[in-house]
Design a binder for this molecule. Structure first.
Ligand code: BGC
Length: 264
C-alpha cells in the first residue's frame, strides 16, 4: 500500500510517500520547520501545504510528539498546550480532507524498526529511543508495543528531566561535544536499563548516524544500535501505523476496548 508518512517533531515536519510492503520511500523526503506556536490550526495549515507539495489525497499516517491515547492527545511537551484533549487524527482528517491516523512519534518509529529495521524478528524486550527536540521512547516485548511510554520525562539521579539533559536540542544549544553529551545519554540509558532490562536498545533521530562518535561513552549491558532507518524511521512507521489502522489491526486508534488484535 502507498501511504504518505508524516513525522511531526518539535522542530521540523518530515514527510515522504512510503511503500508499506517494504518500508521504502517512494518520494524524496520533504522537511520544513514546525510552525511556531505549534497550534492545531497552524499545523493543519502547514499540512495542507505539504499535501499540495506531494500532490497527495490518499491515506496519511502521522507520528506526533505527544502521548496519543486512542487518537486523542494527552500531553504536549514540544507543541502548543491546546493539543491536550484534541482528537488529533479526527481533527487533521477534517482539516486536510485526507484519512489521517496519528500515533506517538516514538511508537511509530519503533514500528518501522521492529518490522523492517534494527529490531526485526526480535522476540525479547526492545527499547527504542528517538533523540530530537525531545526524547521519545517505544517499548516492545515479543514484538508487541506498550504504547505511550513517555520515558523521556523520567527524572534522572541528578534531579534533571532526561529530555532537558540529553536531547539533541540540548546537545546543540549547549554546544556539547560528543564525549560530554554521550556521557549524559549514557546516564539516561543506564537509568532505563535499571528499570526495564531491555535486550536491545535502538537509537533513532538525527544523531543515530553519529553513533560511532558517542558509542565509547555508552556502558549499558544491552547492545546499543542505530535505527536502520536513521531519522526516516518516524516517516516509515507513521505510514505502517496508518496501514494497520486502515486494516483495523491496531488498538491505538480505536476507543478503548474496541479492538483486541495485535499491532504486528
Ligand atoms: C514527548 C513524547 C515524544 C518525544 C519525542 C517528548 O517531549 O512527550 O511524546 O515522543 O518528545 O518527540
Amino acid at each position: 500500500m502507498q501511504i504518505l508518512g508524516i513525522d511531526v517533531g518539535g522542530t521540523g515536519i518530515k514527510s515522504a510517500i512510503v511503500e508499506t510492503a517494504t518500508g521504502e520511500l517512494l518520494s524524496e523526503r520533504h522537511r520544513f520547520a514546525t510552525p511556531r506556536p505549534a497550534t492545531p490550526e497552524a499545523i493543519a495549515e502547514a499540512l495542507r501545504g505539504l499535501l499540495r507539495h506531494h500532490r497527495w489525497s490518499g491515506p496519511v499516517g502521522m507520528g506526533f510528539p505527544a502521548a496519543i491515547q486512542h487518537g486523542v492527545a494527552r500531553t504536549a511537551a514540544n507543541v502548543d498546550a491546546s493539543f491536550i484533549g484534541l482528537p488529533v487524527s479526527g481533527y487533521f482528517s477534517q482539516n486536510t480532507g485526507c484519512r489521517l491516523f496519528a500515533a506517538n512519534d516514538a511508537d511509530t518509529a519503533g514500528l518501522a524498526e521492529m518490522r523492517f529495521g534494527a529490531g526485526r524478528g526480535h522476540a525479547g524486550v526492545v527499547l527504542i529511543v528517538t533523540i530530537g527536540t525531545g526524547l521519545g521512547t517505544a517499548l516492545f516485548s515479543g514484538g508487541q508495543l506498550l504504547p505511550n511510554t513517555e520515558l523521556g520525562h523520567l527524572l534522572l539521579e541528578n534531579g534533571q528531566e532526561a529530555e532537558r539533559y540529553a536531547s539533541e536540542t540540548v546537545r546543540v544549544t549547549q554546544k556539547l561535544g560528543w564525549e560530554e553529551w554521550g556521557a549524559r545519554l549514557n546516564l539516561y540509558l543506564r537509568a532505563m536499563e535499571r528499570l526495564l532490562w531491555p535486550d536491545l536498545i535502538v537509537l533513532g533521530g538525527g544523531v543515530s548516524d553519529k553513533l560511532r562518535e558517542f558509542a565509547p561513552m555508552l556502558a549499558t549491558q544491552a547492545p546499543v544500535v542505530a535505527a536502520r532507518f536513521l531519522n526516516r524511521a518516524g516517516i516509515v512507521g507513521a505510514a505502517l501505523f496508518a496501514e494497520e489502522s486502515l486494516r483495523g489491526r491496531t488498538e491505538l486508534s480505536h476507543p478503548a476496548g474496541q479492538s483486541h488484535k495485535r499491532m504486528s
